[in-house]
Design a protein around this ligand. Structure first.
Ligand code: SPV
Ligand code: MG
Length: 433
């Protein structure tokens, strides 16, 4: 009987190293490629550029591949137990780093199964991580960027978004990575916040900064990042204007707009009832959602309805009634907002809403109820979590401190320890030299 060989791979960007390992593996028997699904990859690496179906089509056509099967987990264990291969083949690069634990588990299972492990020298000089980095430098297209938010919602337990208000903060969201417990944590995308866009221009958050002005900052972010962007559309303005806003955002490759059900002079929600805030009627807000949905050109763009009932001191019933109407009007998701620290109102909403609409994404902005972790919010029913203002709030005290230190000392020596070294700031942005 023919021997079988198992090879796990993502196979997003094809390169000689992958063909080499396929050729080597097929020398030992029938090669089964365990192709990692998007959800298997999502918590460990960036989502592949190609969909599972596209990757499967490519791999299945490569000489030496006998069969392609889905690998639904980052760990090989389940598939090894299922397919019981005589061999597993892997590059020897997994001896170190984040794949070490995966390798240990493979050794245990293969020992139980009486199979063998073939480790071949890793093909130097070319690998998908450095190819990814090269592609990242080139950037992305509006079409790919728009689609990426829906793909992330589909495969990630929760989509993690951080506010960015200029190119530099966008770069931080794009590149910050934390390695913890054999996993890689990074932000999935950016929030273009009305609060931080206005504040960074010295203006109040009252829709005084117009779309054209906000697009200038957004363009800088688009220029140096590839991750999806969710745009804070405030109230969406007049229906007639919202139709243009939707198309403009779409053309720029923005994945979603969130509009809030307020009317009149909009004030920031975190003031709560300390300022006058008025909610739109259900009918008028539904009209706006419908206008947006009929205006968009692609199927990918999302219009998310933000419910301000708790901000305006209304109850759960009001929030749920609105949510039902907004979904019926075509909203692709809902955001429920609150400034209550306990999180109880938001949790109750999520629980009830998800009973009726398990497939409609829920967005949370846990600025006030910030004691809850992402996995707790996910348990409530959150699909997207937005850290809505933290980059600007972090930057301002740092700048204020430096300004004060210079004034106190009448020179900048003492402030230097709070500043990035000149050499580092000069080299911060690739391509500066
Ligand atoms: C923003 O970031 O501008 C928001 C979220 O709309 S909040 O400030 O919490 O209202
Ligand atoms: Mg806002």
């Amino acid at each position: 009987m023919d021997k079988t060989v198992y090879l796990g791979m993502t196979a997003d960007i094809m390169h000689p190293g992958l063909i080499n390992i396929i050729t080597e593996g097929s020398k030992y028997g029938k090669l089964i490629v365990g192709l990692l699904t998007d959800s298997a990859i999502a918590e460990h690496k960036r989502l592949p550029y190609l969909t599972y179906e596209q990757r499967e089509f490519i791999v299945r056509s490569i000489k030496g591949v006998h069969e392609v099967v889905p690998q639904n987990e980052w760990s090989y264990v389940d598939n090894l137990l299922k397919y019981k291969p005589d061999y597993i083949i892997h590059g020897d690069d997994w001896k170190e780093g984040s794949m070490k634990k995966v390798r240990e588990d493979v050794f245990k299972v293969m020992q139980e199964l009486g199979g063998q492990i073939i480790e071949i020298p890793y093909t130097k000089g070319i690998d998908s991580t450095s190819l990814y980095d090269d592609i990242k430098k080139i950037g992305t297209t509006p079409e790919i960027r728009i689609k990426s938010l829906r793909r992330l919602i589909d495969v990630k337990p929760v989509v993690r978004i951080l506010e960015a208000h200029n190119g530099l903060s966008g770069l931080i969201v794009e590149h910050t990575i934390v390695h913890k417990n054999d996993k890689i944590y990074e932000f999935d995308g950016m929030w273009s916040s009305s609060l931080t866009d206005s504040t960074s221009k010295g203006k109040p958050d009252i829709e005084a900064v117009d779309l054209t002005t906000r697009l200038q900052d957004l363009n800088n972010i688009l220029e140096c990042t590839t991750k999806p962007i969710i745009f804070d559309g405030d109230t969406g303005g007049k229906c007639e204007h919202f139709a243009f806003t939707v198309r403009t955002l779409e053309r720029h490759g923005i994945s979603a707009v969130i509009i809030e059900d307020k009317v009149g002079l909009k004030k920031n929600s975190l003031f709560g009832t300390a300022v006058e805030q008025h909610q739109a009627t259900i009918e008028e807000f539904c009209e706006k959602i419908k206008t947006g949905k009929t205006s968009q050109v692609t199927d990918d763009f999302m219009i998310i309805a933000r419910i301000e009932s708790f901000i305006c001191d209304k109850d759960l019933n009001d929030a749920l009634t609105r949510a039902r109407a907004y979904v019926k009007a075509g909203a692709d998701g809902v955001m429920i907002h609150s400034k209550n620290k306990s999180g109880e109102d938001v949790k109750a909403f999520c629980t009830e809403f998800k009973k009726e609409f398990s497939d409609i994404p829920v967005v949370l902005v846990p600025t006030s109820y910030n004691t809850f972790t992402e996995s707790e919010l996910k348990e409530w029913g959150a699909n997207i979590i937005i850290y809505a203002n933290h980059m600007l709030r972090a930057a301002y005290p740092a700048m204020q401190n430096v300004a004060g230190t210079i004034l106190e000392n009448q020179r900048s020596l003492e402030a230097d320890k709070f500043c990035m070294p000149i050499k580092e700031i000069l080299e911060l942005i690739p391509g500066t030299k």
